[in-house]
Design a protein around this ligand. Structure first.
Ligand SMILES: Nc1nc2c(c(=O)[nH]1)N[C@H]1C(S)=C(S)[C@@H](COP(=O)(O)OP(=O)(O)OC[C@H]3O[C@@H](n4cnc5c(N)ncnc54)[C@H](O)[C@@H]3O)O[C@H]1N2
Ligand code: MOO
Length: 417
């Protein structure tokens, strides 16, 4: 598959649409965007964190043959004749992992077997050695509960020719075990989505620099956030609030990335040059999303590259990156539409919420496992993001939160951060 371009008007809202509810904004992003990345093949050793471009098909059964789940003695279930215990003579030899017994165990005999060894012909059940007494050449077996006990059937984990993992799956460390176990050494993955980050604002200075100004907090945060998602994060630097400088930075970005995140200048103020420029020269939709924080989210196309104009306040920028940019970028990357896994937990706080917009509060769990929220909802309080371990999502409608009321907690980990 080769790299694809998106339509220029993909973010257009129907005429008359004003405050867009979060779910509708997400549905629109989902409908407007599609995968843009090409396929590439990588060895398993470098596949972690990549997105599968095609399903992984098992090359063989796992396990390839029935084998013992414990160290003990293999025997034929029928040899018990329904008794609770049986004394069986031991056959010569043993079965171990990688060293199969080879022959057939004679009827009425038991064989020493170790974990992982193929279940030898003539047997179908294994008894745990702790449940046996060996004396001389005989073993006294306390009958296991059923035929086939303590064995793992061929193909019980994966069947050759069937799908072991679906396309679109972001490969987790445990997936590498799955892929390896079905005999696959190279996988087709999506090329990494390249995402640029541009901070805008006259007031911004480099972190650690001398002088008056606001340290650019968004850029390091967003670059690291993108890298954690498995994207190639591209630093497009800072641009002051001047149209030509913002234009030059976006042009630079459009040449080398698939999508751009900007922060600042997204609302409608006199110095909000990202919106202004996109409106004048590209295509922009300023989505007034019914969400707090993050009211001004600008979505635009710049020379065929989608731009997510996130709010300048770092807290709002982070929340919008998690809630809106992440699923959109994952879709473009080839992962399909992703939704964070949240949990309903009792609140440890009180709040009277007005109707009309969804709210995301910085939150964490108290020692009783209840959701507590940061001391203030101010979007400039960056420290609250480090205090929190996730977000508490309050629904669009009015709500009176009282301690004990179940509320939705979205751990940051659910956003891959
Ligand atoms: N009349 C209105 N004014 C504002 C509205 C509104 O709806 N109507 N929304 C407010 C909200 S909510 C937010 S959030 C901000 C977003 O504005 P912008 O996206 O245009 O961002 P700026 O005005 O450039 O900056 C806002 C704030 O954040 C600081 N900032 C910006 N970039 C960074 C950075 N990289 N690192 C650290 N801090 C940054 C900036 O200095 C400002 O303090 O608009 C409200 N106003
Ligand atoms: O998006 Mo703003 O930061 O809600 O305050």
């Amino acid at each position: 598959m080769t790299r694809k371009r998106l339509r220029d008007d993909c973010f257009a809202l129907p005429p008359g649409v004003d405050w867009t509810p979060v779910d509708e904004a997400l549905a629109r992003l989902r409908a407007a965007l599609s995968r843009v990345t090409a396929d590439e093949e990588v060895p398993l050793a470098s596949a972690a964190g990549r997105i599968l471009a095609r399903p992984v098909i098992a090359k063989r059964d796992n396990p390839p043959a029935a084998n013992a789940a414990v160290d003990g003695y293999a025997f034929a279930w029928d040899a018990l004749c329904g008794a609770d215990e049986a004394r069986l003579p031991l056959a010569e030899g043993r079965a171990a992992a990688g060293r199969p017994f080879g022959g057939t165990v004679p009827a009425g005999y038991a064989l020493r077997i170790l974990t992982g060894a193929e279940v030898p012909a003539g047997t179908d059940t294994v008894v745990l050695q702790e449940d046996c007494e060996v004396s001389g050449n005989e073993v006294l077996i306390a009958a296991p509960r059923k035929r086939g006990a303590n064995t793992r059937a061929a193909g019980e984990d994966a069947v050759a020719g069937t799908e072991a993992l679906p396309a679109g799956r972001r490969i987790a460390p445990q997936d590498l075990a799955r892929i390896a176990s079905v005999g696959v050494g190279r996988v087709a993955v999506c090329a990494r989505l390249r995402v640029g980050v541009l901070s805008t604002g006259d007031e911004l200075i480099e972190p650690g620099a001398e002088g008056a100004g606001i340290f650019d907090a968004n850029r390091p945060m967003l670059l690291a956030f993108l890298a954690a998602q498995g994207f190639e994060a591209v630093d497009l630097g800072r641009a002051p609030d001047r149209a030509e400088e913002v234009r030059a930075a976006l042009d630079r970005g459009a040449d080398e990335v698939d999508a751009i995140l900007t922060t600042g200048g997204a609302s409608d103020g006199d110095e909000d040059h990202v919106s202004k420029l996109l409106r004048a020269e590209g295509r922009i939709e300023t989505w007034r999303i019914a969400v707090k924080p993050g009211r001004p989210l600008a979505l635009g196309m710049w020379r065929g590259v989608p731009i997510f104009g996130l709010p300048g306040n770092p807290v709002a920028a982070f929340v919008c990156a998690l809630v809106f940019a992440r699923p959109a970028l994952m879709l473009m990357a080839g992962a399909g539409w992703v939704e964070p896994e949240g949990v309903m937990l009792p609140a440890a706080f009180e709040k009277r919420k007005k109707p009309g917009r969804r709210e995301y509060l910085r939150a964490r769990l108290d020692p009783e496992g209840r959701v507590e929220v940061f001391r203030s909802e101010g979007s400039g309080l960056i420290g609250g993001l480090s205090w929190a371990t996730g977000l508490c999502e309050l629904p669009d409608g009015a709500l009176e939160v009282v301690p004990g009321l179940p509320v939705r907690f979205l751990p940051f980990a659910a956003f891959g951060t």
